[in-house]
Structure formats: structure tokens, C-alpha cells
Design a protein around this ligand. Structure first.
Ligand code: PGA
Length: 245
């Protein structure tokens, strides 16, 4: 692990209601007392409905809150059902996930993702920019070409690198229980870091409290984007603890 901070980002996806906030104090308490806490950033990305109440709950902690997507327009407009980055910031979000494969599958392309990233940065949010190859692309051995295209297009016309985290999430590993082989993962992270210098690069896809024992040894990873295992505070805390054991 190379950088100052290691990121643990919780992606709650379309899960959770107000009662899911009741156990957050456990994570806050653990984090406060954890000896390594000054080297760690914890960011919760709940559904948009929970951003405000969650930010309030976590007000006096170092845990930050983010959103899971945003509209590409920075200004308000007639876009029924959409929320833009400014509105997310207004209710307490500091980060936003953009380019998640579940949204790419639903039709978001590289160009739209680039517009969203630019809009989010302009609105003052930090971006968790997701990229990753499908199983078909992996089998065709075109992972690096796919990543190169996704990242290059996503970062088009963007100068400020400081507010972007790249999250490498192979589509085939999300929610499947599968993770890449350590040497393959190291190589891919290395490829991204060499090609796109000075970015923090995270790994996401089926991270859990067992495979973290393997993942933590891949020393070019700057943190983890965690879906399924992030909703249960016990599992989430376990992942953080084991990273440093
Ligand atoms: P997972 O999801 O940990 O449940 O695989 C990760 C993600 O989709 O960000």
C-alpha cells in the first residue's frame, strides 16, 4: 500500500432505509479508536435518500458520505427523476461514484461518463470513477485495451487529478464471489498507474473479510470499493481490521 490514505468505500447500491443508519455508530466508534485511523478514509455511498440523514449522523466523525451517481447537467432542469451533483453536494455528499458497471450496463457510455465526471468536479464533488472489463473481454485478452479506452475517455478534458479516485472493478467479479489472481491484479493496477500517473487506484469486486487477507498484500492498491460486505457494520469493520493485521 503506497499512498498516504487507504480508502474503504461502502457502496450500498439500492439497499437500505432509515433504520439502516442505526448501526453506523458501531463503525464510527471502531474507527475513532482504531490505531491506524489517520491513514484511512472511510466513505459511505448510500442511496440518495439517505445522504442527508447519514451525513447528520456522521457529522462529528471523520467518516464521509458520497452518492452513487449523478446527472451530467450541472444546472437544474426538466429531467424527471434525476439528481445533479450540485444537489448531492447540497445535502452533504462529498463524493460521487461514476461509471459503475451496473450503470454502464443500463446504457451509460464513456462519453456520458466523462460529462458526469466533469459536472461532478465542477460542483465540488470528488469522483470515484469505476472501470472494468467484462468476462467476455477478459477471455478475449483485451482487458488493458478496454481499461485504456474507458479511462482515457472518462478523463477527457480533465486537468485536476487530485479529486478523482479510479476504481478498478472487473465486471465478472462484482457480486460473484470471484476476485482476480493476485499477480494479475497487481499487473492491472500497475498498468493503470503507469499509464495514468498520480491517480489513486482502488480495487472493487467481491471484497470480503476472507479474501482481504489475500488482497491486502497487493501493495499498489490504494483502497477498496465494497458492495455486499459493506452493509453489515461487523463485516465492514472486519475488512478494515484484517487489512492491518
Ligand atoms: P460487491 O460490489 O462488493 O458486492 O461485489 C462491489 C461494487 O459493485 O462496487
Amino acid at each position: 500500500m503506497t499512498n498516504k490514505y487507504i480508502y474503504f468505500i461502502a457502496n450500498w447500491k439500492m439497499f437500505g432505509g432509515l433504520n439502516s443508519l442505526n448501526s453506523l455508530h458501531k463503525v464510527a466508534k471502531f474507527f475513532k479508536n482504531f490505531e491506524k485511523n489517520k491513514y484511512i478514509k472511510i466513505i459511505y455511498c448510500p442511496p440518495s435518500t439517505l445522504i442527508r440523514p447519514m451525513s447528520k449522523k456522521l457529522k462529528n466523525t471523520r467518516i464521509e458520505v458520497g452518492a452513487q451517481n449523478c446527472h451530467e447537467n450541472q444546472t437544474s432542469g426538466a429531467f424527471t427523476g434525476s439528481i445533479n451533483a450540485k444537489m448531492l453536494k447540497n445535502v452533504g455528499a462529498k463524493y460521487v461514484i461514476i461509471g459503475h458497471s451496473e450503470n454502464r450496463e443500463a446504457g451509460e457510455n464513456n462519453k456520458l461518463i466523462n460529462l458526469k465526471i466533469r459536472s461532478a468536479l465542477k460542483s465540488g464533488l470528488k469522483v470515484i470513477f469505476c472501470v472494468g472489463e467484462t468476462l467476455k473481454e477478459k477471455r478475449k485478452k483485451i482487458t488493458k485495451q478496454v481499461l485504456n479506452k474507458q479511462i482515457k475517455s472518462g478523463l477527457d478534458k480533465i486537468k485536476n487529478k487530485n479529486n478523482i479516485l479510479i476504481a478498478y472493478e472487473p465486471v465478472w467479479s462484482i457480486g460473484s464471489g470471484l476476485i482476480p489472481k493476485s499477480n494479475e491484479l497487481f499487473n492491472i493496477i500497475n498498468f493503470i498507474k503507469k499509464k495514468f500517473k498520480n491517480y489513486n487506484v482502488l480495487y472493487g469486486g467481491s471484497v470480503n473479510s476472507k479474501n482481504i487477507n489475500e488482497l491486502k498484500f497487493i501493495d499498489n492498491i490504494d483502497g477498496f470499493l465494497i458492495g455486499g460486505s459493506s452493509q453489515d457494520p461487523k463485516k465492514f469493520i472486519d475488512i478494515i481490521k484484517k487489512t492491518y493485521n
